[in-house]
Design a protein around this ligand. Structure first.
Ligand code: 2AL
Length: 244
């Protein structure tokens, strides 16, 4: 089985770490291909970044279809382009926020999301609503750490994220933590060991979810909304994206 993990930002060092985290949980026989798009923002921490990450992401879905990918993970906590990706791909597509927020209620009564910048918390709340988790998601907390600082050796990110997770347990009545950025995937085990609660990384959760769906022979329904998009011409910079 080939699972393609798309980090919709173009920071390759982050993509490599995401790939390692996915491989650490993948079953024997699951091949993980972790890629970044050829175009787009270095990190995604605004609605503008998110919108402009989508064309490159969709190009990777389209390439994945030609290369025989069985399913996809969108490895950014805003789940950018998820619905559009489902229209293009035959196999299942799962976002990391979607997977983590669905995994957390199996593990406790309420979860807090701990994410990067405060300006991304609105999107996380929107997604919690979309996924039916408004009651189970008790808070979305930001550490005010820019995404690319997670890549910096010697950054205080680890310590600040752990501290915010501790506050989530004490102040939000949460008993599960969801990490709100793909760049935090490698911190899960350490924070969980320090705080003694489950810490869910969406990259691992989405990888296992895609693997399970594919193993069950399940695909996205093409019955109505997620049928392939209707053919039409696109002009200008997006002309290559025309559906023929
Ligand atoms: C993210 C993420 O997962 N990747 C990225 O570039 N930005 N999410 C976030 N909340 O900052």
């Amino acid at each position: 089985m080939l699972v393609k993990i798309i980090n919709p930002n173009t920071t390759i060092s982050m993509t490599q770490r995401i790939g390692e985290c996915a491989r650490a949980v993948a079953a024997v026989g699951t091949e993980i291909s972790a890629v970044s798009p050829s175009m787009g923002p270095a990190s995604i921490e605004s609605h503008y970044d998110e919108a402009l990450s989508v064309p490159g992401l969709l190009e990777e879905i389209e390439r994945g279809e030609r290369e025989g990918a069985d399913g996809y993970v969108i490895a950014c906590f805003g789940d950018p382009g998820l619905d559009a990706a489902r229209e293009l791909a035959v196999g299942p597509v799962v976002g990391i926020a979607e997977a983590a927020m669905h995994a957390a209620p199996f593990l406790g009564r309420g979860f807090s999301v701990v994410t990067t910048l405060g300006r991304t918390t609105g999107r996380a709340w929107d997604l919690a609503g979309r996924y039916g988790m408004s009651r189970t998601c008790r808070n979305v907390r930001a550490c005010e750490i820019p995404v690319l600082e997670l890549e910096q050796p010697g950054s205080r990110a680890r310590e600040l994220i752990t501290q915010e997770c501790r506050l989530a347990l004490l102040e939000d009545r949460s008993d599960v933590i969801v990490l709100g950025c793909a760049g935090m995937a490698d911190l899960t085990a350490e924070i969980s060991a320090t705080l003694g609660v489950p810490v869910v990384d969406g990259v691992a959760a989405a990888t296992k979810m895609v693997e399970s769906l594919v193993a069950m022979g399940l695909r996205t329904s093409a019955w109505s909304e997620f049928a392939p998009p209707p053919a039409k011409k696109y002009v200008g910079l997006l002309s290559e994206f025309a559906v023929l």
